[in-house]
Design a protein around this ligand. Sequence first.
Ligand code: SAM
Ligand code: SF4
Length: 496
Amino acid sequence: MGATIEQQEISPKVQEWIDSVIKQDEIDRYLEDGKCFIDEAAIWRYLEENSKPDDARIRDIIAKSRALQRLEPDETAALLHCTNDDLWEEIYAAGLEIKQEVYGRRIVFFAPLYVANLCVNNCAYCGFRRDNKAQERKCLGHDELRDEIRALVSAGHKRLIMVYGEHPKTGADFIADSIRIAYETKVDNGEIRRANVNAAPMCIEDLRKLHEVGIGTYQVFQETYHRPTYEKLHPQGTIKGNYLWRLYALHRAQEAGVDDVAIGALFGLYDHRFEVMGLLMHAIDLEKRFDGVGPHTISFPRLEPAVNTPWLENPEHKIRDDQFKKLVATIRLSVPYTGMILTCRETPDMRKDVLMVGCTQIDAGSNIAIGGYKAAAIASEKQQFILSDNRSLDEVIRQLAEMGLITSFCTAGYRCGRTGEYFMKIAKAGKVHCMCMPNAILTFQEYLEDFASPETRAVGETLIEQEIEQLPVQELKDHVRGLLARVKTGERDLYI
Ligand code: SAM
Ligand code: SF4
């Protein structure tokens, strides 16, 4: 069993490990003329040159996104400067329309699972930072990990994002082991079908280990694309202090065969317009280098309070709610075919609002304390930061169903090889929903059978009936009805 651990000071042995993590040649090989793809001066130039877009230009840009074409930096910069409220309503409507066109009325659900919070880094805004003595350190042992997974599976979850600090005790082999355990642990009809990972940047050799055990998406947030701010918030001499090691983490992942990669910026660290431009540049560079395969998802977490973390008390670039909704819609229009993740960091009201400008994935029933699902308690000193939406999975699923949105736990696409380049091709053609809506319906019915409250089941079954009616051809409707009947009699994991 793992136990509460006193975070060690950096011993010579740990320092030796820290010094061995960054492989300079796995940064240099991606630089062009010694430069990275974030050109600060160019970003400011785009923002300045497009600071007074007229209405006609904004409408042209909206039309381009509606045609599912990725925007160019000058176009995203123009959207970021739109000051006409009526046009913003058009942008929000376009965001939803694009999302429905590519992904349908499905929302994918996942749960974060914090496996360990030992960390050698010292990010100013994070409750897990090395110098935070108020933070209880813990690393789940195998039995504790199985308990957490059982608790999640018993609530109906099928997808995880497994989260780790950065420490020699929880390196690539540890992460690979925990992914293996996630897939092996079953409860009756329930199981984890996709284990995504949010962990520190790794070298290609380590990333191959994660690929071998069937990692889903590998997610690394750049936090801030503004290098001077990055270097201020992530002390030099720490691993995370190396901006370029992090910037190319997902390039290395692609090279290691992990073809679903996810980017993100932590909003509130710096000027939000700069960060949106940085995310776009990142997507463009990945597309350019890897046969059109950009990020599978984009995340836009906002800063939340964390225990004993004074830096968070008065951040200079705090994002207001209205700015947040605008920046999410701008990301949606900028990269129309990419998944977008909205987390429990936001309040229920904010989530309801922002979901409808084009998000594709959310978490619910989340607990970000190490061991928090089994304990079912949310003690703030055990969390990395404090969540704002603490509703249960069942409650959020019911709310979405009442809004006409169908919950998907589907992971069939990945298991049929619909990842990376193949996924991007069908996403760009707006065809994901033709394949995925029947599978979403089937996994939603599984949830209703096995886990839902009677209220959720009633709302959910009405929605499923409506969705079947909207499938494009009669044969498909009949086929899905046949599969649904089999789910109702106990068969599981059926997909098209
Ligand atoms: N330790 C790994 C790393 O830094 O890459 C794993 C990620 S960390 C546990 C997950 C993410 O949480 C970070 O990338 C950061 O964006 C976010 N985060 C950290 N502190 C936060 C805070 N106070 N509020 C909201 N999000 C925060
Ligand atoms: Fe460690 Fe990640 Fe938190 Fe930074 S954000 S202190 S690397 S857990």
